[in-house]
Design a protein around this ligand. Structure first.
Ligand code: ATP
Length: 435
């Protein structure tokens, strides 16, 4: 099991999952780049979420722009309230979130006593200029959440898709927050991706919608292979003024329990605000209830894609001692459908006789899966490398293949090897690993 975040950071870099952003320039604080394996894993997580959330009768997807009309953020409350309390140490100039530290204690960085400034509110939104003129009218924000792109599109989606309540709108996209204290690898960063869904419902039905989505979202994390004992619910005791119920799904990360997903009942706060600021009528006409006009309530599910990926990687990471003959192995026990590489094809030796059938098999499997072709080093070493990146199937082409037209397929988790006919390999893998 993963002992420290540092082990995962090192492993991620070593095997090509995640690199520090702009590394050759010394890196940029808490920004990370997805490497070749990271982007596959992340795409698979997104695909799993997209399927679960939108391949249903009652949810459509959108992909809204990151830059939005500045009044959106006035209406949503972000311009005025999306702040964290900030203090500086007057001696070493370190910055802290005032609600995270004991202000009467010495500075944790330089040890100075009574050195903190008064807390002040710090807005977490990044702003930038739109167009060539640097005046205030051109100020726009990088969205701090994807949700507002959904709220402002509520009437568009409802009418074009001829939706009746309840229905949802889902979106995956980048969000930006100028966090005061980012950290813990990709747990808290300033640029991240969210996977959010707003479910528009008839007022009064929020309790049943909450029950339904709590169950669906909890099960989704389990289906991704996360261990149940590392997940827990946290009920918000103090609710935001617009919310009437809120729960988080927390995961036990290497640095402790942390929020991974929020499931919040937001009433009609957001639509009401946008109706007021845009002066557009956002009412829904309920044909099933005497053409009553009202603003729907919203049940929101919001999960950080990067945090989810951190949980999936933390959960999958194992060090094992598989028997006397073998040394310790690190293995990423990803659920096969999430694994970045599904199959590694390995000719026993670099000989044309073996490479011919091996590359033919590679071409065939590549039509359906991301595969690797590896000829370097002993088979044992090649297996280890694939274990470390979580590849479910290693396929060896050997000299027997030339006569029996079969290959050896080794299972990542059990390490059991089976002989499978060349023309059955694809269906064998598909079935065995539910791909
Ligand atoms: P936190 O309390 O950790 O700051 P939050 O309550 O502000 O999070 P929400 O606004 O509810 O978070 O955002 C929904 C989800 O987006 C979170 O559950 C988390 O998974 C993800 N998220 C939020 N902020 C960040 C961040 N800075 N880096 C990575 N993921 C984030």
């Amino acid at each position: 099991n993963l002992k420290s975040m540092a082990d995962l950071v090192a492993h991620s870099k070593h095997r090509g999952f995640i690199f520090q952003s702009s590394e050759i320039y010394g890196g940029l604080g808490s920004c990370w780049d997805m490497g070749p394996l990271g982007v596959e894993l992340k795409n698979n997580i997104k695909q799993s979420w997209w399927k679960a959330m939108t391949y249903r009768d009652d949810v459509d997807g959108v992909d809204a722009a990151i830059l939005m009309h500045p009044t959106v953020w006035k209406a949503s409350g972000h311009v005025d309230n999306f702040t964290d309390p900030l203090v500086d140490c007057k001696v070493c100039k370190s910055r802290f979130r005032a609600d995270n530290i004991d202000l009467s204690a010495p500075c944790s960085n330089c040890g100075a006593k009574d050195s903190f400034t008064e807390p002040r509110n710090f807005n977490l939104m990044f702003s930038t200029q739109m167009g060539p003129v640097e005046d205030t009218s051109a100020k726009v924000y990088l969205r701090p959440e994807t949700a507002q792109g959904i709220f402002v599109n509520f009437p568009n989606v409802q009418t074009t898709m001829r939706r009746k309540l309840p229905f949802g709108i889902a979106q995956i996209g980048k969000a930006f927050r100028n966090e005061i204290t980012p950290g813990n690898f990709i747990f808290r960063t300033r640029e991240f991706e969210q996977m959010e869904m707003q479910y528009f419902i008839k007022p009064g039905t929020q309790a049943e919608a909450m029950e339904m989505w709590k169950e669906l979202r909890w099960n989704w994390h389990l289906e991704n292979g996360l261990r149940k004992e590392r997940l827990q619910w946290k009920k918000h005791e103090q609710l935001a003024h617009y919310a009437d119920a809120a729960f988080d799904i927390e995961y036990q990360f290497a640095h402790g329990w942390g929020e991974m997903e929020g499931i919040h009942s937001r009433t009609d706060f957001d639509l009401k605000q946008h109706q007021e600021y845009s002066k557009k009528n956002l009412n829904y006409v309920d044909q099933l209830d005497g053409n009553k006009k009202y603003l729907p309530y919203v049940l929101e599910t919001s999960v950080g894609c990067d945090r989810c990926m951190l949980a999936v990687m933390s959960d999958a990471y194992r060090t094992e001692f598989p028997g006397d003959a073998e040394k310790e192995r690190v293995v990423m026990r990803f659920k096969p459908s999430l694994a970045p590489i599904k199959a590694a094809i390995m000719p026993l030796m670099k000989k044309p006789d073996l490479e011919g059938p091996a590359t033919a098999l590679l071409r065939e499997l590549q039509k359906d899966f991301k595969c690797e072709y590896d000829t370097a080093g002993s088979i044992g070493k090649r297996y280890r490398r694939q274990d470390e990146i979580g590849t479910p199937a290693c396929i060896t082409v050997d000299f027997d293949t030339l006569t029996d037209h079969s290959v050896t397929v080794r299972d990542r988790d059990t390490m059991v090897q089976e002989r499978v006919a060349l023309d059955k390999v694809k269906s064998y893998i598909k079935e065995k690993f539910s791909l």
